[in-house]
Each structure stands twice: as C-alpha cells, then as structure tokens.
Design a protein around this ligand. Structure first.
Ligand code: PLP
Length: 381
C-alpha cells in the first residue's frame, strides 16, 4: 500500500526530482559539474534574494547550524538564544558547545517571539554579541517574524543574528539579506522538497568578516574553505559532494522557478489555512492561537484528551504518516506537514484520514470538515 507522507521532512518528493537523482554520475571536478553548481547558486540566490555564495554541503539542518556555530561563534561570545521549542533548544545546545556564555530565554510553546520579548531579553543581557533565532519552529508549528525582530535591534552594538531556517526556506518568504540577518542555516528535505542529505548556509558580509577572524576548528564545516572553492573560475566543492542530491535539488529548484516563488509560498499558505478550517470542524484546534504566527509548512493540531499517540497510530494504519508532538507535547499534538506539492486532493485525503482515525479511537468529531475546508480553500486562490 502506498504511504501518504505528511511529516515535516522528509516530504513527498516528485518523481521528477527523485529520478533526477538517478542520473548517471559525473565527475565533481570538471566543467559540467561547475555549470551545475553555478546554476544552483543562481537559483538559491534568487530564492533567498541575496548576494554572495550560498554554501551547499553534505549534511542536514543540524550540519548547517553546526557550520554557523563553528565559523561565527567563539568562547568569548555572549550568546542570547530565544527559543520557541525543541529546535530552538537544539541550536542553543550546538552553539553552547563552542564554549560561549549562553543566556537562554524560552517562549511559551505555541507562541512566537515578540519584539517586546526580544527587547526585554536584550535589556537583561546588554552584553549580547550573538543572537539565535528560529524562523519556523517545527515542533510547535510557529513562524517567527524575523524581519520585524531584527529591525527592532539597536543599531549600536548590534549582535550577530543567526537564524535557523531549516523548516522555512522554500515554503515561505525567507530574505536574510533584506532582514539584516547575518547567518542562515537550512536543509534540503523540507521546503526545498528534495531528499534529505544537503545542508545549506548563507552568511552576510559582516559574518564573513567574522568567519575569517574566527578560524573554524572544523575542516568539514569550514565556511571560508567552501567559499574559496565556490569562487574558483570553475566552481567546485572542497571535497566529494553528494552529486545525486545536487541533481535532485537542481530539478526541485527548476520546478519552483517555473511555478514562481511567490505563488509557491501562497499555495503553502492556502493549504495551511484550509487545513486549519477543516481540522477545526473535526474538533482538532490549531495549537498556535495567533493566526499570524502559524506556519505555512506545518500545522500542529491539539488532540483532545491527550490522545495524539493513539491517533497517530490509527492514521498509520490508514497508511497516513503524520508527526506527533515532541518532548512535553508528545500526547498533545499531531503535526501535519505540507511542504510539498499537496493540493486539494491531499487536503481531502488527510482530513478524511483524520476523521477515520478519530472515529476509530473513539474521539468525538464533526463531519462538516470537507465543506469548511473547501470554503477556506476557495477563499484563497
Ligand atoms: N531546525 C529545525 C527548525 C528543524 O525542523 C530541524 C529538523 O526537523 C532541524 C533544525 C534539524 O534538521 P536535521 O534533522 O535536518 O538535522
């Protein structure tokens, strides 16, 4: 039986993208590979709307966060981390391993970081040299308004701003240069709708200056090394890259360019809004109360009676794979992701499966979910 995947990475990936990864190998030292890297650079720069290189290396989101930490943080730094959940905590832990002094502020799960909250935290930690933020906190399905947060920072003594964009890039506007972010980390397997295995990072001019002064203790994650190879007349990677994944990413980006980035972001938002409308009619309310903070890529739904684990199991019986809640939210939430090309049929499918699973485990549920979802679907085109 086919499995219908609604997890926040890996995501359902189109046959074209998968088959691109099955193309015959090519040498990673030669003009054909350099042409591929150039094309990837151009498309990623367009997606991010940035100048400068976008580093692509074997790894995952964690690897990209590690790269930022290795190249931009030193034991002398005073780091302020504002976390909305599990992945904010992970970024904090990665950076803490550099021996920097860490000030940790946790936002209540389901809420975003506010400008006031950031101001307060900075007032308490005025010595901050590095600020850690998460664009989209996957564990709670909250999206932070990075542009507004960074714009609220004081000009003088402004900390270096490092952002986890692992579960935002490709599904929503993510413009680190325009927002004055200094370091951005992402990965291939969510909004870029490519199989897992690639880490991606971008640094601002200020961050590159810092990187050249820091001297990465890691060779593998040395940002300057990657940049030097990318800036050769014939761009290359410093070591053997995952060639097949780069073929797949090339195809995925070509499809996104064809669709148009803005249209793609709108289509993910449309799915998210209609999903919330349908799920609410079923009796599954969104965990994120503030509509403006809801993610376009993943939606967290509160399961009555803390029965999320049972519901997830029943869904699996219907060949529908969603994510559960993480850590303290294990029994509370199911998370339905929509990073891929999901449209109305997939929406009807996942809502229908939720209905069947709720009935199976004996949860009370409404039946007007298709209608509610369709009304919301029709509201946004
Ligand atoms: N940050 C966020 C926001 C994530 O959602 C994830 C993975 O789900 C990670 C970091 C870690 O990424 P990876 O699992 O690719 O290492």
């Amino acid at each position: 039986m086919a499995e219908y995947l609604f997890t926040p990475g890996p995501v359902t990936t189109s046959p074209e993208v998968l088959l691109a990864g099955a193309r015959p190998m090519m040498s990673h030292r030669g003009p054909r590979f350099s042409a591929l890297l150039r094309r990837l650079q151009n498309r990623l720069r367009d997606l991010l709307d940035v100048d400068g290189p976008v580093l692509l290396l074997p790894g995952s989101g964690t690897g990209a966060l590690e790269l930022l930490s290795m190249n931009l943080v030193t034991p002398e730094d005073r780091v302020l981390s504002l976390s909305c959940g599990v992945f904010g905590e992970r970024f904090r832990e990665i950076v803490a391993r550099r021996g920097a002094t860490m000030a940790a502020v946790d936002v209540e799960p389901g809420r975003a970081v506010t400008v006031e909250g950031l101001r307060r935290a900075l007032a308490e930690h005025p010595e901050t040299t590095v600020l850690l933020l998460t664009h989209n906190e996957t564990s709670t399905a909250v999206t932070n308004d990075i542009g507004a947060l960074v714009a609220s920072l004081p000009e003088e003594g402004r900390p270096l701003v490092l952002v986890d964009a692992v579960s935002s890039l490709g599904a929503m506007a993510c413009h680190p240069q325009r927002w004055a972010v200094d370091g951005l980390a992402s990965a291939s397997q969510k909004g870029l709708v490519t199989p897992p295995g690639l880490a991606l990072a971008w640094l601002s001019p200020r961050a590159w200056e810092r990187a050249s002064a820091v001297a990465s203790p890691s060779y593998f994650f040395d940002a300057g090394l990657h940049r030097r190879f990318l800036e050769k007349e014939e761009p290359e990677n410093p070591y053997t890259p995952p060639v097949s994944l780069l073929f797949s990413l090339d195809e995925a980006l070509a499809r996104m360019v064809e669709e148009g980035f803005v249209r793609r972001f709108a289509s993910r938002r449309r799915f998210a809004s209609a999903l919330v409308a349908g799920a609410s009619a079923l009796g599954l309310v969104p965990f994120v109360a503030d509509e403006r903070a809801r993610s376009a890529g993943v939606t967290a739904l509160v399961v009555p009676g803390n029965r999320a684990v049972e519901l997830q199991r029943a869904l699996r019986g219907l060949a529908v794979e969603v994510a559960g809640g993480q850590k303290d939210m294990k029994g509370l939430l199911v998370r339905v992701a929509h990073y891929g090309d999901e449209g109305w049929p997939e929406l009807a499918l996942v809502l229908g499966a939720l209905y069947g699973a709720m009935r199976e485990v004996g949860l009370a549920c409404g039946s007007a979910f298709v209608e509610r979802a369709f009304e919301a679907w029709e509201e946004r085109v």
